[in-house]
Design a protein. Sequence first.
Length: 414
Amino acid sequence: MRVNEILKNKITSLKTVLHYKINIFLTLIAALIAVSAFQNVSYGLSYNTLYSQEKILRSKNVAQYTKFKFIIAGYDSLFKKSPNSYKGALAAIRMLDLYRYLSRKNHSLFFQDRVRQSAYEIIKYSKNGRARAYSYFAIYDLYKKQKISTYLLWKKKLLDEYPDSWEAKLVLKDKKKFSSKKLIFSAKYADQLKPLSGKIIVIDPGHGGKDPGASGYFGIKEKNLVLEIAKKLYRSLKKEGATVLLTRSTDRFITLEKRAEFANRHHADAFISIHANASRNKKLSGIETFFLTTKADKKTLLIASRENGITPAQMGVLQKILVGLVQNAKIGRSSILAKDIQEDIFKMLHTKRTNLGVRQAPFYVLAGTKVSSVLIEVGFITNRNEAKLLLNKSYQEQIVSGISDGVEKFFGYK
């Protein structure tokens, strides 16, 4: 009887201990799930939501890292997801600025180290000039306060690479405290963060005026269709911060020489000529992007002769003239631009179309420009199905989005 009681007591004691340990384990699991959910929520939040939360906390003069942890995680996620985009650059700057804020509030080596590490990470992974300039400034400011002599090297890097940035001007003055809040969210600064800021892009809608270009189904005239697409592309590239110029914005005739001169006169960074294709074979369809060469096959020569406004027989004379001009043409860079645009057009299309690829042809308008230049044939207006698609506004927007993305990729922002 005594033995049974002892065993019973031990079993009860073991049950109590086991129950206690199970409760602890379940509590830990619940805590981990909660933390994970909390982090996932922060990763999924938009930039505007994160910034609103940050503003509320900073207005209350909060200095605890735990309060800002989920905001920093959200900024970091946005930056890593798209390090070269406008929002990615803003998120990177806000994350770095938050570490600088916490460093000032807490006077901690931990936050100073986070400032340094974050700045180096942004410089390593982002090609966005605004984010990089701010990172250079953050390292310069940190090292100067720590009395580390290499701050002068970072000052030099900032002034050499981004002499026109606000940070460079502040470094040169070096009197007032750096106000990133005022700086980052001004309209002027936001424009400079856009991926194509500082780039000059000339869009050339082919033909015009007395030169209608090709004619196709549904009464389509090439000159009208390509002008419509060019205007959409103008707006798209403008939104990304580029200075965009059209060789023509109305139905007027411009010679090929004047189109090329226009791009050269405005010191363009890229020249994009928009055209629509045509063929006696009504079954032919597809999109292709050309860059310059003095040699081409028969099929390509036919397209080039039509776009150059001369007969195939006259192409031989033109090819000899082009040999001299091609010496200055940036064919290597143009081939990359053509490849980027062609690839990104087909990424954006919702409808399956024929990819005719990147090709070379002796287009006079491309030879006359001194910059990276391409000519895009957006489709065959002599193919009934493709002509119908090309009249569709949504389809036009898809082509434009692809061209725009390709241009951004070419300049290193995608």
